[in-house]
Design a protein around this ligand. Sequence first.
Ligand code: ZN
Length: 647
Amino acid sequence: MTERRSPEHRIGIGASVPAAQGACLRVVGGGGRAGCWPRPIVESPRIPPFEWSSNDSEPNGTMMPNRREASISSLQRAAPWRLPAEVGSSGLVRTLVISAKSIGYGAIFLALTLVAIASAASGQPVKRSSGSDAPRVRGTAEAGAPAVAARQRFLELFARAYIPGRTGQLMVVPREGDFITRPDPDVEYMHGSPWAYDAEIPLMFVGPAVKTGVYSTPSVQQDIAPTLAAALGVSMPPTATGHVLPVLRPGFARPRVVFLLVLDGMRRDYFDRYADLIPTLSALRRRAAWFSAAHVNFLPTNTAVGHSTIATGTDPRVHGVTVNNIYDRIHRRRQELFAGMKPEVLMALTLADVWQLATSGRGLVLAQGSIDRAATPLAGHGACQPNGAPVVLVSYDETTGAWHSNPECFRMPDYLRDRNASTLWSSGSEWLHHRIDSPAAVRRSALFPAFEAGAMVAMIEHEPLGEDDVADLLLLNYKGADFVGHTYGPDSNELRVTLGEMDRNLSRILGALEARVGGDYLLAVTADHGMPSAPPERRHLAPAVVDLLHRKFDPQEKQLVTSYEPENAQMFVDEGRLSHLGLTLGDLARFLETQPFIFAVFTHDEVRRAADAAGPAPPAPCARAGTRVVGRTDRRPVLKASAGGVD
Ligand SMILES: [Zn+2]
């Protein structure tokens, strides 16, 4: 443990840890643009509450329109629900405010918002300022001031993930409590929205280096990589927009291993509702720095975007992974990001990339995930970055039931080659009366976490983890809650049983890790997104939504919408066809907003304008911009930034 460490391994706060504890404690407007801790947050009144009662996987297949009876009945809206108090911050509207540079832009936003509020108060839709796709506010019962503020916030969340050519043409937000999914029994439930059940995530840090406690300050996925980098004594590159969270003890010792665990599809409230079912995670929480207001601050809330943001510490509009998949209208094909574990779509360095470069490849990186779009961003670019080396990466192959990798960039350990998930159903083809006897189906059961944990334990035992003075990285996407949640929902017995098995197998992983390095590791636990609960009448199908548009605007050809996968919360529209029909994206958006299960629809132009208004992404650790020394620890200067920030 720490005794073996030479003094050089002790890290003073604030040296190579630019924005660690003590930095960025005060935010001063004007001047710089770097975001500081705590970020300025404006809290607006809550939008009308709802309540979830019950209970997504991964998308496959482009959502082309088809006709389903369910499409019509699904448009019938149920009575509003009420939101449980402990998860009620979803509706808490946090308007992301200004980088200081954009105070002028902020004023424009404010003016727009005020106009919208005034307009809503008078019951009149906002007049378009210019152009056909200017911001709109529906003249419905939801167009009160809180809804207007929520709408503006959601526009900014999309703007944080805006990249021309990758972002779709129409961004869709279902009404709170409603969700849109695919006609596939494996995805009865689908995330992707800004509402609490999708956007509120667990976040905790555990280990000797961490100051235990409950941290109520809002925190985001972008903060995780900078914080873990600080624990390693390095910093993320200027592409990062996140901040070092103030969890590290003064003079802490660099851990021998940093373990980043991403619980896919794990809603934060599971830690409360199912605390007794997850004793390992609950015990970790009790000795953790627990962030009670961690949330996703971009849209869509899905796997590829979440993992990429966690891994890079920056916004989707910087790292480039803005959706799970895009529609390439030039080649007229769907492109699944990270398919085949190809990391080139990721346009920013990850924590693993940074650590590999900082240690000239001596830092061991072991990455694993159960779908390529989660596993790959965690691993980073491996040997496919300049001066990179092939880090270990395995991802689950849902067609063969085996682990696989991309040898061009990564290394596949030989000892995992013979493992196959088919062993999971050798003693029976059913689990809780569901058939699980295929590599794809078994993922949606409580049997699968043991297979995931088995591979991670094997890596911990076979690789030279913690054996030298260079800290190593464990990066795990643990996917059970997502697979089972998509199919059976957050309130199901299936999910409860799966969480229990995930927890039991997590204790195996931690046991294997502690057998190597004792307690000398830093664990970070978080999630990429959550999962909605809803009764059947509030579940809507993407092809039905497309069909609505086609029946209204393109009844003959039905070619207007080229792709709509609801977890991306956006539609890809054939703009040539749109023009041919004499329509604008605004026409489509306005029509969709008349549907009772739709909260807001933004056009590509609206999102682009919001992104323009936000300005360039700020350089991350605020210590880099406008930082001054305000005090000293026994070893290093404590830095305090003097820059205003943007969330
Ligand atoms: Zn996910």
